[in-house]
Every structure is written in structure tokens, then in C-alpha cells.
Design a protein around this ligand. Structure first.
Ligand SMILES: Nc1nc2c(ncn2[C@@H]2O[C@H](COP(=O)(O)OP(=O)(O)OP(=O)(O)O)[C@@H](O)[C@H]2O)c(=O)[nH]1
Ligand SMILES: [Mg+2]
Length: 245
């Protein structure tokens, strides 16, 4: 019998609060921490230029939008985390599972830059399968794919064309179905570090924030992702978990 990552019965009664929580996941350098700053309208998340992994631990902030409170949870970069050992991947996964168990996680944002690559589609499918094993329904209604660095993010036609392109490129039928059921949003959150571009960057970030929250907030399900079947984890191979990263 396989190891059970969480060998305890789980019920939503253990939730610590009802604040609608949004997890931000994605590849190193895709703009997760920047997006967390933009959503929460602060600069508490470290934005790191370059290809080395910036965020080393999960961090969260609570913010308000139109009178409602939300929690944004920034995570460690995945995808090309060659430096993460399998043990580190497992403990990161367990930490995330614990967050979903404890908080009212209504949305997982998969951040990507430029293109949603084949391996990211596979990771999304893995995550979906894992959640099913852990007792959740298909999580596509809880997933938003957010494309950063898209300077035409205010041009609806350009955004729609990009989404259509991704759907067309996805040859695997079940993956295509999963992706079509996810929300899909383009933003641009340039760095505010350069004094020359600061004003424009601030404006772009404010516009991205408005676009994201005007779209997401009204449709965030009140019902968070449920983890009702922690014992189902006996069916999970450790490799399935490593493959998510
Ligand atoms: N132009 C532009 N730059 C961006 C955008 N989002 C992030 N950046 C820049 O990309 C770099 C990486 O951003 P981070 O937010 O630190 O990326 P991350 O995904 O948190 O990276 P890790 O923590 O390493 O996983 C920084 O230099 C940001 O200023 C964007 O939408 N547009
Ligand atoms: Mg980061």
C-alpha cells in the first residue's frame, strides 16, 4: 500500500475562516509575486528579475475589493524547479493541500508568460486528477489561466485571438476540454522599479487589477474547493505528485 500523504479524516468544519482565498501558482519567473502585489495592491511580495527562483516560501495577504475581503496566496515557482528535490516537492504539495483544507480556496490562478506550454497543460491535468482523487469535483470552475506580460491586455480582440490559438494548439481532447472550462485572462504588470517607466507601469498594473477583479470577483464561487477524501490519497503515487511540479 502506498504512503498516505495526509492520513487523517478531513471535514470542512476545520476551516479556519471563510475569507475567499486565491492561490497563485505557476512557473518560476512567470509573474506570480507581481500578480499577488497587483491583486492585493501592495508591494509585500518580492518581485525578482532573472531566471533564478525568487519566492522560497508560501506567503499570503488579505485585501479588499468592493467591500469584500479576499486572501491572495503566493507560492513557490513550479515547472522548471529542477533544483527542488522530490522531498521538497512532496512537502510543498502537502503544504498546499493543507491550505486548501484549512482555507476557503475559491480560485487557483495558473500564471503563465507568453505561451501555455505542453508541460503546463500536463501539470494542470495532473492537478485536476489529484483533486478528484482527494474528493473534489472537476476543479476547472476554480481555475483561471492568467497570461502575464501581455501588453495588449486591454485589446479584447487580441486576447480572444490568443485564447483561440491556445485552444487550437491543444491536441489532446480531454486537456482541451479542461482548458476550455477554465477562465482565461490576459494582463500586463510591468516592473515599477525603473523611474523612467514607473508612471506607465503603475497605470498598467491598476488597469490589470481592475480587469482581473471585475471579471473574477463576481464569479468566485462561495463554495471553496473541497478536500473530502483524504484517505483517497492511498491511490496517489508519489510520482503523480512530483509530476505536478
Ligand atoms: N513587463 C512585465 N514584467 C513582468 C510581469 N509580471 C512580472 N514581471 C517581471 O518578471 C520578473 C519576475 O516576476 P515575479 O513576480 O518575481 O515572478 P514569480 O513567478 O513570482 O517568480 P518566482 O518567485 O521565482 O517563482 C520581475 O522582474 C517582474 O517585474 C508583467 O506582466 N509584465
Ligand atoms: Mg515569486
Amino acid at each position: 500500500m502506498r504512503r498516505t500523504p495526509i492520513g487523517v479524516a478531513v471535514s470542512n468544519k476545520e476551516k479556519t475562516d471563510d475569507i475567499q482565498s486565491i492561490i497563485i501558482a505557476g512557473r518560476t519567473g512567470s509573474g506570480k509575486s507581481t500578480l499577488a502585489n497587483v491583486l492585493s495592491n501592495n508591494n509585500k511580495f518580492a518581485e525578482v528579475a532573472g531566471s533564478t527562483s525568487g519566492t522560497k516560501r508560501i506567503q499570503s495577504e488579505i485585501f479588499e475589493w468592493k467591500g469584500n475581503k479576499y486572501r491572495v496566496i503566493d507560492t513557490v515557482g513550479i515547472g522548471d524547479t529542477a533544483e527542488l528535490s522530490n522531498d521538497e516537492k512532496m512537502s510543498l504539495f502537502l503544504e498546499l493541500l493543507e491550505i486548501v483544507r484549512k482555507h476557503n480556496v475559491v480560485q487557483i490562478i495558473f500564471v503563465y508568460k507568453d505561451r501555455f506550454e505542453e508541460y503546463q497543460i500536463k501539470a494542470l491535468e495532473k492537478v485536476n486528477t489529484l483533486f478528484k482523487i482527494y474528493g473534489s469535483n472537476s476543479i476547472s470552475k476554480h481555475i483561471a489561466l492568467v497570461c502575464t506580460n501581455f501588453d495588449q491586455f486591454e485589446n479584447k480582440k487580441a486576447c480572444d485571438q490568443d485564447i483561440k490559438k491556445l485552444h487550437g494548439e491543444c491536441k489532446n481532447k480531454s486537456a482541451a476540454e479542461l482548458i476550455k472550462n477554465c477562465k482565461h485572462i490576459h494582463v500586463d504588470n510591468p516592473s515599477i522599479c525603473s523611474p523612467h517607466y514607473r508612471d506607465g507601469a503603475i497605470r498598467a498594473r491598476q488597469s490589470s487589477r481592475k480587469k482581473l477583479l471585475n471579471y473574477l470577483a463576481p464569479i468566485l464561487s462561495v463554495e471553496g474547493i473541497k478536500i473530502e477524501n483524504a484517505f483517497g490519497a492511498t491511490n496517489v503515487r508519489d510520482q503523480d505528485i512530483y509530476d505536478c511540479f
